[in-house]
Design a protein around this ligand. Structure first.
Ligand SMILES: *Cc1c(COP(=O)(O)O)cnc(C)c1O
Length: 381
């Protein structure tokens, strides 16, 4: 252990800060120190179309029911550690029992539990870029090696690339990649993975196949249809997008009971608070309202896509509540900044693999979409 004198003569850190006498330099794990945080800037703007949230608050009836339920929660007691009522209610929506449902604080925490249980040192996770950045980010945090496959020009996963990724995994070790991620519809490109792609990945994967369906209700088909015949399939969903509940932080996975057991083993006790358990259960009673909202957003998506097609941008087809487009003659980051100056925030994805020149816009209310289209038209004029 270094002495007081040694420590006070440490060189300044990368920010030029010297240690105060007697202070200790606290260094995170070397691989963590190198990691960039994952975040979309939270800028205060009038039109917020950068994180794919639902533009409308949840139904008033949901809020009223939750308020009434708050009166009945015994706050001095720990919540139900198994979250059985919530897991049963979610399971009922998918025709499975509570033992096949795993819940966590947002689907990001579900992904973390999957990687804690099935990833880790000596194991690899595969992704197909460009895709949701947190799949590889959380993999690295958990010490899991990342195998980055590439999507083809249509932003799909082709057979040759799948074979290459499996070969790379095999070289790391026989059972790798231990986890393969698909995102359907894929964020940030927009299309749902075709059913035959998902079936092919499930059939050839040596380990788990995780299909992230954060936007699943917008798509024409769900990998849930394959759960019955696929013991290595995990479907992950969230209340953050289609359910208008990003502020609640609730997500879940549907999988074989054996997989759910493994996820529960890496989970902290009582991680789901009593309010969240009640809120999630109550929200499920508003399925009709959720589907109406999804239908309205899909209609708006068609309108926004048609309007974008009239501008000097290339539009990618979308099965979700966002649209990816490539700016043709302008610098995309400058376009992004000009939109921010007009109090319109979209997602700058120019730094993502093979998305140079691209921006992603979330479908908002009709008024927000009009403001975005008017702003973009002016900026590109
Ligand atoms: C938004 C999003 C999530 C949501 O994460 P939560 O933690 O549930 O809010 C998960 N996966 C993808 C692909 C997303 O786009």
């Amino acid at each position: 252990m270094s002495s007081f004198a040694d420590r006070s003569t440490d060189p300044p850190d990368e920010h030029g800060r010297s240690l105060a006498p007697g202070a200790r330099r606290l260094t995170p794990r070397a691989d963590v120190a190198l990691m960039a945080g994952y975040h979309s800037p939270q800028i205060d703007v009038d039109v917020r179309l950068n994180t794919n949230e639902a533009p409308e608050p949840p139904p008033a009836g949901f809020v009223a029911e939750l308020q009434a339920e708050l009166e009945r929660i015994p706050f001095n007691r720990y919540p139900d550690r198994q979250a059985l009522a919530l897991r049963s209610a979610i399971g009922a929506q998918h025709n499975v029992g509570a033992e096949q449902v795993y819940c966590a604080n947002g689907s990001n925490e579900v992904l973390q539990s999957i990687l804690l249980a099935y990833g880790g040192p000596g194991r690899a996770a595969a992704v197909f870029e460009p895709t949701y950045a947190l799949h590889s980010h959380i993999a690295r945090i958990t010490g899991t090696e990342v195998i980055a496959g590439e999507r083809d020009d249509d932003m799909l996963v082709d057979e040759l690339e799948l074979a290459r990724v499996l070969t790379v995994g095999g070289r790391i070790g026989g059972a790798n990649p231990a986890v393969m991620f698909l995102c359907s519809p894929n964020n940030p490109t927009g299309r749902a993975e075709p059913r035959d792609t998902v079936e092919r990945v499930i059939a050839s994967a040596p380990g788990l196949v995780v299909v992230d369906e954060a936007y699943g209700q917008f798509a024409r088909w769900s990998a849930c249809e394959l759960l019955h015949d696929s013991p290595n399939l995990v479907v992950v969903r969230t209340f953050s997008k289609t359910w208008s509940l990003a502020g609640l932080r609730l997500g879940y996975a549907i999988a074989e009971a054996e997989v759910v057991d493994a996820l529960l083993r890496v989970t902290l006790p009582y991680h789901l608070d009593a309010v969240k358990q009640a809120a999630g259960r109550i929200a499920l009673g508003y399925g009709d309202e959720m589907r109406e909202r999804v239908a309205r957003l899909a209609e708006e998506r068609g309108r926004v896509a048609a309007a974008l097609a009239e501008l000097p941008v290339d539009v990618y087809p979308s099965d979700a509540n966002f649209i990816l487009f490539r700016v043709r003659a302008h610098d995309a980051q400058e376009v992004w900044r000009s939109l921010v100056q007009r109090s319109i925030l979209v997602r700058d994805v120019t730094g993502w693999p093979s998305l140079a020149g691209c921006l992603r816009v979330t479908i908002g209310t009709q008024a927000e979409n009009d403001a975005f289209l008017a702003g973009l038209t002016a900026v590109l004029a």
